[in-house]
Design a protein around this ligand. Sequence first.
Ligand code: PLP
Length: 228
Amino acid sequence: MSVEVEANLKVLQSKINEACAKANRSPNEIKVIAVTKYVSVARAVEAIEAGIEDIGENRLEGFLNKREAINKNVNWHFIGTLQSRKVKEIIENIDLIHSLDRLSLAKEINKRTEEIQPCLIQVNTSEESSKHGLSINEVIGFIKDLEPYEKIRVDGLMTMAPFTDDRDVIRECFQKLHSLRDEIKQLNLPHAPCHFLSMGMSNDYDIAIEEGATHIRVGTSLVGNEND
Ligand SMILES: *Cc1c(COP(=O)(O)O)cnc(C)c1O
């Protein structure tokens, strides 16, 4: 096993502990998803052997490739844009879809799955036009519209912070997602328990944890980037 991934995970865990201490949270509340989109199956396996239990991929090919090759008991997260016509190829055994952002996709998932599918709604908290996801003010209406799709369960919200060095701007995005999550929770919709907040990547997971993240999605600083 490479020492590198193990060492990275140790650093990550100590930074998680630090952020949790600052925010008065327990590290047990934080799920680390290793994002393996830039690395090989072998590197993903190293992360699992170092203790990672959750793997995230953002493209269909990468997801299927890893899931077929990795014969271990891990949770699978789909974190990228999902095309409706590809749903049938991938839908079996996705533990959490982080990128539900339109009714046509919900309809297709509902049609193709046998079981309840846990989903997060992707929210464009930075309002950057290049980013996917619903605007904050569209989310509650969208969730209400999901009610007829009985296999879709909204377990929470996901966002990506903007590309900026301004940590206050990033923090503000995470705070917005958190308060939106609380607002949705209070609606007590049976199909939208909405307890999760998937936010924070290599550069900003510490801020995300301080602002209530339950799932952080860490690629580069954990498993590296083998394309570099
Ligand atoms: C690539 C990716 C990540 C991980 O990014 P890093 O900066 O490498 O940690 C997290 N979330 C999503 C949606 C991604 O596409």
